[in-house]
Write a protein that binds this ligand. Structure first.
Ligand SMILES: CC(C)(COP(=O)(O)OP(=O)(O)OC[C@H]1O[C@@H](n2cnc3c(N)ncnc32)[C@H](O)[C@@H]1OP(=O)(O)O)[C@@H](O)C(=O)NCCC(=O)NCCS
Length: 146
């Protein structure tokens, strides 16, 4: 366990390491898959079209347990806005942050419109993302790099 002084030294080392690695920010989010399932049930396309891009909808809808994949993308979008350090602000919409799946399944982040402009303003060149989900929850971690 860390004492106060050694915790401070540890935190300072983390900040130095992050700046050496060109990390601008980190963000994480967790969501109950049941909450997403209820929104899919009650609002269907009004919900999906507001939050997810066409390609995200196509990918998630084609999976066996769609709500887990939708929930993972919900968490990813929230995590990215935390990595920016801004959270949701005027000018950034849900569909401005898109999860794009690479061959092999690795997720990447593609930014559009307001989110892309904010990333440029912050000097962010790329946002790394990792997503995980199970029956109950989905989680995502984002790292914004220069
Ligand atoms: C990638 C892997 C570690 C995911 O772990 P998991 O416990 O099955 O599932 P999790 O819920 O934790 O993670 C799922 C998410 O991992 C991400 N993912 C998938 N493949 C990935 C990869 N190659 N690299 C990084 N992330 C990956 C995706 O975002 C996925 O969610 P999504 O489909 O909604 O986009 C695992 O499936 C794996 O090793 N796959 C490659 C080999 C394989 O397909 N084996 C199965 C047949 S032998």
């Amino acid at each position: 366990m860390y004492g106060n002084r050694s915790l401070l030294r540890h935190c300072e080392r983390c900040v130095i390491l992050m700046s050496l690695m060109n990390i601008v920010g980190i963000g994480t989010d967790i969501i109950e898959c049941g909450r997403i399932a209820r929104m899919l049930d009650h609002h269907a396309e009004r919900f999906t079209n507001h939050v997810f891009t066409n390609e995200e909808i196509r990918y998630c809808s084609g999976r066996k347990v769609a709500e887990q994949h939708f929930a993972g993308r919900w968490a990813a979008k929230e995590a990215v806005l935390k990595a920016f350090g801004t959270g949701w602000i005027a000018g950034i919409a849900w569909r401005d942050v898109e999860v794009v799946i690479m061959p092999g399944g690795k997720p990447t982040i593609r930014l559009h419109r307001g989110a892309l402009q904010k990333a440029l303003d912050l000097g962010i060149a790329e946002v790394l993302i990792s997503i995980s989900h199970c029956k109950s929850h989905a989680t995502a971690t984002a790292i914004a790099v220069k």
